[in-house]
Ligand binder design. Sequence first.
Ligand code: ZN
Length: 552
Amino acid sequence: MLIKLTGGQVYDPASGIDGQVQDIYIQDGRIVDKSNGDFQVDKEYDLQGKVVMSGAIDMHTHIGGGKGNIARTLLPEDHRQDPVSRSDITRSGCGHAMPSTFVTGYRYAEMGYTAGFEPAVLPINARQAHMEMGDIPILDKGGYVMLGSDDYLLRMLTAKKDQKAINDYVAWTMNAAKAIGVKVVNPGGINAFKFNQRKLDLDEQNAHYGVTPRDILEVLATAVKELGVKHPLHVHGCNLGVPGNVQTTLDTIQGIGGLPMHLTHIQFHSYGTEGDMKFSSGAAQIAEAVNNNKNITIDVGQVLFGQTVTASGDSMRQHYNHKFASPNKWVVMDIECDAGCGVVPFKYKDQNFVNALQWAIGLETFLLVNDPWRIFLTTDHPNGAPFTSYPHLIRLLMDRSFRNEVLATIHPEAQKMTTLASITREYTLQEIAIMTRAGAAKLIGLKDRGGLSAGNWADITVYTDNTNRQTMFEKPDYVFKDGELVVVDGKVVHTKWGTTHVVQPDFDPSVETGLKDYFDRYLTMKLGNFKISDDEITEDGRGSITVHPLHI
Ligand SMILES: [Zn+2]
């Protein structure tokens, strides 16, 4: 079957196409070149006046892993808010801040997204994370495996193991957990919390291991680079949410010595201590550092107002944040020898000075970082806001007068503490396509995704152009996933299963000798059971595994 998309305005930054009118052909799930020769079109869509982009990719969204189920259990009211009664093709689902797996897939697809990446896959819990993501329809998915507070790595550092040994351990863990990247959360801090430390700065030693966050970042960023993993070390830095943490973040950028590094939800790490409230924006300093350091990429973790739930591996910071829980209930837990987890419901209020300034800091960051290939559109779902608020966020970035209207309504002291009103930049459609498509695919190292040239998988979203960008991005006319039409007029009409993206870096098999002894002595799981096999992900016909190339 040959499908033709006729006459749409195409935004495909991966090929340098910026709004030109082009036809696109789809065959066997992929985009094909039909510029020459005779051929018969089986199905044609007239897209004159429509905007065509590839399917959007969320490179940081918490959609799999135990913390989601804790959040759902903790907040039954969240699952009464949005009862879904839809066409008979879709199974029912519910939830707003932490929706069910099915609603997650449907709502993402209905906004034109075709992939989402879970950034905090605990190795010991990777099976559950993949099973949960395996229950999300339509989307492609993948995970970044969390290291850095695990006792095994910290023991290796204390024992002065060489970089080669650490590379083997990182590669072994990525294979076992079926990951496409490596994430570190509050490097070493989650472990230090277990030894009663309540904060850990970049150069502060873990009381038990004597290791600093700086040591951990350096060996992990080096391992990721030397193993040829395209996605740079994904870093949730020290001191999340702490006033004055802008200096820690700047030191982290300088300290990595030019190695590729991705700093996630940087909004939560961009706070100064100026003003009467001793809380101010560090966004300008952060943006300047990002502009000057080409090895650094960031996503924002934008705060938007309303009820959500925060869910993080950073048990140290979530323990501190529990006093702000709204409604007042929370969970902070230890997870074996791997890490921790904290779930704290939160309501961001526009009349709260801190929340209002957080909102402004995120937007300042978006607007002051020059290169859209190195900044990504996230709310750190659900931590800053649920992912369903993305169309609203896109409007804030693309429409200065709308942005200033909202700015004029937030806490007056926060208005005084932000430069937002003076920033004239408005994102273009091409820049949105870079942040949410081409740039994200490049950052993660996805082959054949995030672009519309021949050979790519046909993940395609079609919008009706509208000066109200929220309306435009809320309701695509069509979404194709792997060439199949899944959404029409903003509603799911057909469902399918996406693939799971992984990399498989090489390691010396002798790495298992030390690991087996460690598993037998300390963990509840045997080493053999820890490793996830391919068929656990592909069983029931629910998708496939796509192995991406290494860059050595
Ligand atoms: Zn996150």
